[in-house]
Design a protein around this ligand. Structure first.
Ligand SMILES: [Zn+2]
Length: 518
């Protein structure tokens, strides 16, 4: 005869079984999450180590845009364009390139440096060249497709330089992922309304046939990215490994200064992938082809912004800066502003960079820019004080520095996310300057949503439930004032003015002397 206790246990065992199975599964799922987190953390430690070594100059540059990450041929052997040969002095007109090329300095020894032009456009912009530093005794930057690259030092200074070759002023033809002129072979499909995708099998290919002198392709680099080859007229001109821990859309240069004839550009998945990649997917965002602006196929470049919109203070300060002043934006990303004298310095390989370099060793002479901007950059800088002192150094006396920094935002672009800042923290960076203006952003609900998503919280409840939680926070935020939100603002920003240089000694003594002018 079973006891009451045994009977209760027997009665409960059956209904409890499904619950135990569910709990079991949850425990297994949790353990798997922990494992994955450990693997991810190990990978991040590795990339951090590499990055640190890179900064110390011990490693070659990072796989810039992936375009050189495998075995990109240094120079493809298509015959060079022959447009004419002449010695050209860069003109001060155009988009202001000449204005800042006169203000470059060596990031290593700080000596003033000049670009030696190899290819120049008919309007005087330097398209290709190199930058020797007499102080260092080596080439310290190269110019490729108008971008001055200080990330990799380039060896011995050439003893003989041919006169610069002149090419027509280039225009561009931008082809979106779904352009009918891109001939798809095999299985491609459109994803997210932004990309054309192949699962990376060798039988897939995408071809464009037409005239161009230069070509680049915006490719998605991500955890499931495969390996892709690029051919121009049947010759391999570039290879990219699209694997990356993080999602980046980056340009891959496929052709540079080829004759402006009809070419066949072919994008061909190799059917293989990096060992770390989850799959071999190939995602294409856009093709950018260049050719002479005199050819109706190519248009004059237009302004564009593929990043976040600027906050109001950026636009206001840019508008108030006199047209003859140079403006530096550090970390401007894929933003193209056609204002003369506007310089976008980037560390990442982006199409819209003017100069590639490091915020902690800016390649510009002291007192160069009337306005210096950084948006959402400082939390990604591992020595913000060194970076702030560099920004101040290159700002003209009396010039402005506008910066915004993450405050309550969660981890992003890891492992390159170091220091979030409070409103006083960001002021500490610019102590040598006068703080003209400072404030912070609202966005309480959007920041909380970001925080919850960053820990995967939205996956623990239904989509509807998650949306309703955010909706309730949004309703609460609507009842709070801007001042209320300061302790938990999304980001903080400030405008700092570099002190004008002290007046010369003579003037000072005159001002207190007996002959002081009225
Ligand atoms: Zn130097």
């Amino acid at each position: 005869m079973p006891t009451i206790g045994e009977r209760v246990r027997t009665a409960l065992r059956w209904p409890l079984t499904p619950l135990l199975v569910v709990m079991d599964r949850r425990i297994a799922w949790r353990l798997r999450q922990y494992d994955e987190r450990i693997v991810r953390a190990e990978r991040q430690v590795d990339s951090l180590k590499n990055y640190t070594q890179l900064l110390a100059g011990a490693l070659p540059p990072p796989p810039d845009s992936g375009s050189s990450s495998i075995e990109r041929p240094a120079e493809h052997d298509l015959r060079p364009a022959e447009v004419g040969t002449a010695v050209v002095q860069p003109s001060a007109a155009g988009d202001g390139q000449a204005g800042y090329l006169d203000r470059l300095s060596c990031p290593v020894c700080r000596a003033a440096v000049q670009v030696v032009p190899e290819i120049v456009t008919a309007d005087g912009r330097i398209k290709r060249g190199h930058v020797p530093c007499a102080g260092c005794g080596e080439v310290i930057a190269s110019v490729c497709d108008f971008r001055v690259d200080f990330r990799a030092r380039g060896g011995a200074i050439p003893t003989h330089v041919e006169p610069a070759r002149v090419v027509p002023v280039p225009g561009e033809l931008r082809l979106r992922f779904d352009d009918p002129r891109l001939d798809q072979q095999g299985d491609w499909f459109i994803w997210d309304g932004r990309f054309v995708v192949s699962h990376g099998v060798v039988t897939d290919s995408l071809e464009y046939t037409g005239k161009f002198t230069d070509a680049l392709v915006h490719m998605v680099h991500h955890v499931n990215g495969g390996i892709v080859d690029f051919f121009v007229d049947g010759r391999l001109t570039a290879t990219a490994d699209l694997y990356s821990d993080h999602w980046f859309v980056l340009p891959v240069t496929v052709a540079s200064d080829v004759p402006c004839d009809e070419h066949v550009l072919r994008i061909q998945p190799r059917g293989t992938k990096n060992a770390s990649a989850g799959a071999g997917d190939i995602l294409i965002a856009e093709l950018v082809l260049k050719g002479p602006q005199t050819d109706p196929a190519f248009e004059a470049p237009q302004p564009m912004n593929r990043g976040n919109p600027y906050i109001e203070v950026f636009e206001r300060c840019i508008a108030q800066t006199p047209a003859n002043e140079l403006i530096l934006e550090v970390g401007g990303g894929e933003r193209r502003r056609l204002r003369p004298g506007y310089v976008n310095l980037e560390y990442m390989t982006v199409e819209c960079a003017d100069v590639y370099g490091d915020i902690q060793r800016l390649p510009f002479q002291d007192d160069t820019f009337g306005l210096v901007l950084t948006q959402a950059v400082f939390e990604h800088v591992n020595n913000p004080f060194a970076a702030a002192s560099e920004l101040t150094r290159v700002t003209k006396p009396g010039g402005l520095i506008v910066t915004d920094v993450a405050f309550m935002q969660p981890l992003h672009a890891a492992p390159y996310h170091y220091f979030n800042m409070t409103p006083w923290g960001v002021e500490e960076l610019f102590k040598s300057c006068a703080i003209v203006e400072s404030d912070y952003y609202d966005g309480l609900a959007s920041t909380i949503e970001w925080i919850l998503k960053s820990v995967g919280a939205q996956a623990t409840v239904s989509e509807k439930e998650f949306a309703s939680v955010i909706e309730r926070i949004r309703a609460m935020e609507a009842k709070l004032s801007h001042a209320d939100i300061r302790p938990a603002a999304s980001g903080v920003w400030l405008v700092a003015r570099k002190p004008a240089s002290s007046p010369p000694l003579l003037e000072r003594s005159e001002s207190v002397g007996p002959h002081r002018p009225a």
